[in-house]
Each structure stands twice: as structure tokens, then as C-alpha cells.
Design a protein around this ligand. Structure first.
Ligand code: HEM
Length: 223
């Protein structure tokens, strides 16, 4: 559901707070996190023998190899679900370019120099699109690795390309994922609570997502 259609103050939202994520959005997000982390851990176990102990901890090498592609399909479902909920909010706009020009000020907490943002800032949008397209690459390369018997020996190089693509896409999403978790849990206080409870104090929304706050609170726009 895009923020346009999000109800402003459902009964479960305490006074002085506004709804940031609906129950469905949080369910989708945490399903995505769970399936991604499983694929990440089992994928790392297959990547290097030094990390194979992770597969053993998660059942056994064979168990991890069996579930990795199936849970990967679950992650794909979560991304498509997320896309149906957030693709409008994640559309890149001219304001995002202004935010990216000021990213140094954002990183050093000089918030007064950062242009006001809508429901998601440009960094969050970039993360989203890296995960979205990364998942598409992981899907295509993963299917080729899952069913190699359908690839003719005359084009066996496709298998090597699939392995390389899968590893590169995984490493890129892992980098983005680490930044995401760090930002969500440590750098922006209140974000974790938003994704667990679904609502945020109005002051938090005003500071971090002024344009979105103005819109959902029915205030005149800040720009
Ligand atoms: C254990 C893993 C994860 C944690 C702790 C986590 C944490 C969070 C938090 C706290 C937020 C709220 C940010 C805000 O509203 O300011 C959030 C939002 C979001 N999460 Fe996650 N997340 C995790 C995994 C994932 C995964 C695997 C994806 C895959 C696509 C994902 C995609 C998103 C997106 C698109 C948003 C909204 C935009 C953004 O804040 O970046 N998250 N997450």
C-alpha cells in the first residue's frame, strides 16, 4: 500500500504518533528479512569451506543445499510483494538528486542542510532498487545453477557465468544489507521501533521525512 492510501490514525496508533508501516508492510518486511538471512547464511557456507560450519549448524550441508533455493524463492515472493506495496513510494524523483548532493551532511548529522524528504529518502530508495534488481539477477542465475541439466554442453560457459553472476549479485546485496541493518538499528534511532510497532512519534516523522509528515498530517507542504 502506498502512503497515499495509508489511513492516518487507525485506532491502534497512540496519540501524538502517526502510522509509518501497516501490519501487512511489516509482515512482508520481516518475511523478507527472515528468508534473506537464511539464504545469506547458507550461501556463505557454500561460498568458502571456512564458513561451512554454518551449514552444519543449520542442519547439515545437504539440508542447507536443499532449502537454500526453496527459501530463495520465498525471498523472491517477499520482494514481489514488497514491490506491490512500495513501488510508488520508491520512485526516484528530482528531490532525491538534491538529497544525494547533500549526503555528506546527512552522514554527519547536519540535518538542517539536508533537503526535506518524502516517505523514504534517496538512500532508502537506492537500497530498495539494489535489492530488487539484485534479486532478479539472483533468481535468473540461481535457476540456471539449480537445473544445470537443461543447459547444453555446447554452451557450458553459461554455467560458469551463472555462478559468477550469483556470487557478484549476492556480494552487492550483502553490502547493501549490512548498511541497511546498521542504519535501521543503530544510526537512525526510532527506525527499528517503526518497523516493529508500525508507528512513530510525529516529531520523528517531521525530522526525518518532512514532506511525508506534511502530507499525512494534512499540513501545508514544506517546499
Ligand atoms: C534482519 C534484517 C533487517 C533489519 C533489522 C531491518 C530493519 C529495517 C528497519 C528498522 C526499517 C525501517 C526504516 C525506517 O522507516 O526508517 C526497515 C525498512 C526497510 N527494509 Fe529492512 N531490515 C532488515 C532486512 C531487510 C531485507 C532483507 C530487505 C530486503 C529487501 C529489507 C528492505 C527494507 C526496505 C525496502 C525498507 C524501507 C526503506 C528503508 O528503510 O530502507 N530489509 N528495515
Amino acid at each position: 500500500m502506498s502512503s497515499e492510501a495509508m489511513p492516518l490514525s487507525p485506532a491502534s496508533v497512540p496519540a501524538g504518533e502517526i502510522q509509518r508501516y501497516t501490519f501487512q508492510e511489516r509482515l512482508c518486511h520481516w518475511f523478507s528479512a527472515l528468508t534473506y538471512v537464511y539464504c545469506l547464511l547458507t550461501g556463505l557456507a557454500f561460498y568458502t569451506p571456512y564458513l561451512f560450519w554454518i551449514a552444519v549448524l543449520l542442519g547439515s550441508g545437504a539440508t542447507s543445499r536443499f532449502w537454500h533455493p526453496i527459501v530463495g524463492l520465498g525471498f523472491l515472493v517477499s520482494i514481489l510483494w514488497m514491490h506491490s506495496l512500495w513501488r510508488r513510494d520508491m520512485t526516484i524523483s528530482g528531490k532525491d538528486k538534491q538529497w544525494l548532493d547533500q549526503v555528506n551532511n546527512y552522514a554527519t548529522n547536519r540535518d538542517n542542510l539536508v533537503p526535506p524528504q518524502d516517505r523514504f529518502n534517496a538512500g532508502q530508495k537506492l537500497f530498495y532498487w539494489v535489492m530488487f534488481w539484485g534479486t532478479i539477477l539472483l533468481l535468473i542465475s540461481g535457476l540456471l545453477m539449480w537445473f544445470p541439466e537443461y543447459i547444453s554442453f555446447r554452451v557450458a560457459w553459461i554455467r560458469s557465468l551463472a555462478v559468477l553472476t550469483h556470487e557478484c549479485a549476492a556480494l552487492i546485496t550483502i553490502g547493501a544489507f549490512i548498511i541497511h541493518v546498521y542504519m535501521g538499528l543503530f544510526l537512525v534511532p526510532g527506525s527499528g521501533r517503526a518497523m516493529v510497532r508500525g508507528h512513530v512519534p510525529a516529531a520523528w516523522a517531521r525530522v526525518h521525512h518532512r514532506l511525508w509528515y506534511d502530507r499525512v498530517a494534512g499540513k501545508p507542504s514544506s517546499t
